[in-house]
Design a protein around this ligand. Structure first.
Ligand SMILES: Cc1cc2nc3c(=O)[nH]c(=O)nc-3n(C[C@H](O)[C@H](O)[C@H](O)COP(=O)(O)OP(=O)(O)OC[C@H]3O[C@@H](n4cnc5c(N)ncnc54)[C@H](O)[C@@H]3O)c2cc1C
Length: 380
């Protein structure tokens, strides 16, 4: 992929997208293939933040806003990953390694087990998924590294994962194939006039456009003052550890208390994760490594022998209620916002980007639950 560091090929594109994370790139691809000229402005390297380092789990049946009010949105996002996989393979030849994988949520206390069983009550009725309660011996059969001291596990079949870095790369290439340009520049401000955004200010110079999309991940909140509207997004740091295993890979993913472990197509086990309020700090810490190791050994004691090969840290864009924000910014005709993917920004990227592309192209969208993602939900 080429990154233009000097001049833009489209000095006055239809749309400028600020930020080349998955939210910005996917939106750019959808707009470009609908015939708009699109320029993506990225302050750092493509994929150098959360989008390029995420675990890539696609678990639509749990998380912020699930089941109410965004279960349908979340399931739609997951189903769209299946078809996007084929489209990206056709357009770019990149295999994003989307795959289905069983997911075990372990319980070690009665309270945890009851919580899981309550969720199974509504999850098991969803078309396309099978969710059931397993006794410890069946959990060990489903994933032999499961801690046999658990008191059971909910097992979800029909969910999956994608390789986040490949997915980002494929989307960027697909967008470029449709004429989108990625330029390495930091956006420092907006050019505004009578409720219309004429373009963006750069460290040196300006760039005009028909519309602007703010997709700056956890940095999007910094645009609040320039928009005149509070964008309630903050960074939530997360660290992941990758392990080498000499024996067979894990079959299912193990999950417990917000942490997870699974074998990835790169042959490594990825285990995570932390939730740290550390501002914009992206340094690795030993405290995070110890926390992730502790959770891993609780889920799978036999992994004590696995060799640590890499640790990564990056920042999730977390909204005030944990759900995404997809909207046109109030008071502006053509200034749009896509952020707040939080812990599920890879999963939700499909619905977020389709929703915003629909709003820009048609003024409305049929993506389920999209009104629940509006910025106005934070305004009293
Ligand atoms: C440890 C960890 C594990 C995760 N695992 C999963 C998972 O398993 N499943 C899942 O669905 N999600 C997961 N996520 C969440 C997911 O990675 C994020 O929600 C998602 O990548 C956010 O994408 P984004 O495009 O909004 O933001 P980002 O990826 O942060 O991209 C924003 C981009 O905007 C650029 N930018 C910002 N300001 C400017 C500016 N002024 N000018 C130009 N460019 C700018 C930044 O440089 C950055 O490249 C995980 C996250 C972490 C941290």
């Amino acid at each position: 992929m080429t990154t233009n560091t000097s001049n833009t090929n489209a000095p006055h594109p239809d749309v400028i997208v600020v930020g080349a994370g998955i939210a910005g790139r996917l939106t750019a691809w959808l707009l470009a293939r609908s015939g708009l000229t699109v320029t993506i402005l990225e302050a750092d390297s493509v994929g150098s933040h959360a989008s390029g380092f995420a675990f890539g789990g696609l678990g639509p049946l749990e998380g912020a806003g699930i089941p109410h009010p965004i279960l349908d949105f979340s399931v739609w996002c997951f189903q769209r990953h299946k078809s996007i996989y084929d489209e990206l393979l056709d357009e770019t030849g990149i295999d994003t390694q989307f795959h289905l994988r069983d997911r075990l949520n372990l319980a070690f206390t009665d309270e945890e087990a009851n919580h899981q069983k309550q969720a199974i009550a509504w999850q098991s009725g969803l078309p396309g998924f099978k969710v059931e309660w397993l006794q410890p011996e069946d959990a060990v059969k489903a994933e032999p590294r499961t801690n046999p001291d658990c008191i059971g596990a909910s097992c979800a079949q029909g969910t999956g994962a994608v390789e986040a870095y490949r997915y980002n790369l494929a989307v960027a290439q697909a967008a470029e194939k449709h004429g989108a340009t990625i330029i390495q520049r930091r956006v420092t401000g907006l050019i505004g006039e009578g409720g219309r955004c004429r373009g963006v200010k750069l460290e040196t110079g300006e760039m005009e456009a028909g519309a602007v999309v703010l997709a700056g991940g956890p940095w999007t909140g910094a645009m609040s003052e320039r928009c005149g509207v509070e964008i309630p997004v903050r960074p939530l740091k997360g660290q992941i550890i990758r392990f080498q295993l000499s024996e067979n890979p894990m079959v299912a993913s193990l999950n417990y208390a917000g942490s997870y472990a699974a074998s990835k197509p790169d042959g490594l086990i990825w285990a995570g994760t932390t939730e740290e309020d550390a501002g914009f700090d992206e340094e690795l810490t030993t405290a995070a490594r110890d926390k992730v190791m502790g959770d891993l050994l609780k889920m799978a004691p036999s992994l004590a022998e696995a060799e640590l090969v890499q640790q990564t840290a990056c920042l999730r864009p977390l909204s005030a209620d944990g759900m995404p924000i997809v909207d046109t910014i109030p008071g502006w005709d053509n200034l749009h916002l896509i952020t707040g993917g939080g812990r599920k920004g890879i999963l939700w990227s499909t619905g977020m980007a389709h929703g915003l592309a629909d709003l820009i192209l048609n003024g409305s969208s049929a993506i389920p639950d999209l009104p629940a993602l509006s910025l106005s939900r934070f305004q009293t």
